[in-house]
Design a protein around this ligand. Structure first.
Ligand code: ATP
Length: 277
């Protein structure tokens, strides 16, 4: 039986090069199909890490394991030295890991402020919930400022633009005060200006926290990524700067090799590999 106890959240991110998230020997099998076949993956405190890879590479599955949604067949995932495998999802959230999904999940009938306030209440002890204060707490005001949503605070989430919904979802994560944010394609479907604003937001967040982003948009990666991890068929293919991974023949093979079969998905074009000398 796993005994789960409250463990203090890790200290604030300092970008010190100290490992915050360490995945070791991770293996995930679905009905005999090996989705992840032995991944080692380390993210240091204060990093803004990008995770890329063709369709089916195992990116979402990796995030699902980290967040407790999927149980691995083998391996370990530690966060600030605490083992996550075997813990329930809500315990992992309480330890300080938050995630977003490809489609923003906001409460459409609530205002921007109410959505953020509700998310903030998640970390509140039950007795305090009954004593909910009136007005906007400092933490909620801070989130509105960080996400630049203060002017939209009283607007219903249902009428927000696509970009604004994504920022609201990131704001809802911030309201839970996570140390590590895992974001699944946050700029998909955004305009160029929205992508730029999102990248700056992620950089700002990574100044105090740690961020892992699944993202394919090469222009966005070039602009905002320092270290990129490339997954392929459930393994880490390579890791490095955007220029390094773009120039890596194995990465080119994985994307360009799939180009003919996968032209509809456009993965090589998305990665910008055709432009690589
Ligand atoms: N619940 C499941 N049951 C069976 N197979 C699954 C399940 N979840 C994922 N898979 C398979 O595991 C592999 C990895 O999937 P995953 O969604 O992690 O890839 P991905 O890199 O996130 O891909 P994409 O970019 O398309 O989202 C795929 O072959 C997928 O079909």
């Amino acid at each position: 039986m796993t005994t789960e106890v409250d463990i203090p959240a890790p200290p604030p991110a300092g970008g010190s090069g100290e490992a915050l998230l360490a995945v070791r020997g991770l293996r995930v099998v679905f009905d005999g199909f090996v989705a992840i076949g032995g991944i080692d993956f380390t993210v240091n405190r204060g990093e803004l890490r990008f995770l890329i890879g063709p369709n089916g590479a195992g990116k979402t599955t990796l995030v699902d394991v980290i967040t407790g949604l999927t149980k691995p067949a083998a391996g370990s995932v530690t966060f600030g030295g605490v083992e996550l495998v075997g813990r329930r999802e809500y315990r992992i959230v309480k330890l300080g890991i938050g995630r977003t999904f490809q489609t923003a999940t906001v409460f459409e009938d609530l205002t921007v402020l109410e959505n953020i306030d509700l998310a903030a209440s998640f970390r509140m002890a039950v007795p305090k919930l009954f004593l909910r204060r009136r007005g906007v707490t400092d933490a909620v005001a801070q989130v509105l400022e960080t996400t630049q949503l203060a002017e939209l605070a009283d607007r219903k989430a249902g009428v927000l633009s696509h970009g604004q919904r994504q920022w609201l979802e990131i704001g809802m994560l911030l309201a839970q005060d996570p140390q590590l944010l895992l974001l699944d394609e946050p700029v998909a479907g955004m305009t160029k200006d929205e992508r730029e604003r999102t990248g700056l937001l992620l950089q700002q967040i990574a100044a105090e926290r740690t961020v892992v982003v699944i993202e394919h948009d090469m222009e966005f990666l070039r602009r905002f990524a320092s270290v990129v991890t490339v997954l392929h068929e459930g393994k880490v293919l390579t890791e490095g700067t955007v220029a390094e991974v773009q120039a890596d023949p194995r990465v080119q093979e994985v994307y360009l090799g799939r180009k003919k079969e996968d032209a509809a998905a456009g993965s090589a074009a998305v990665l910008g590999l055709e432009a690589t000398p």
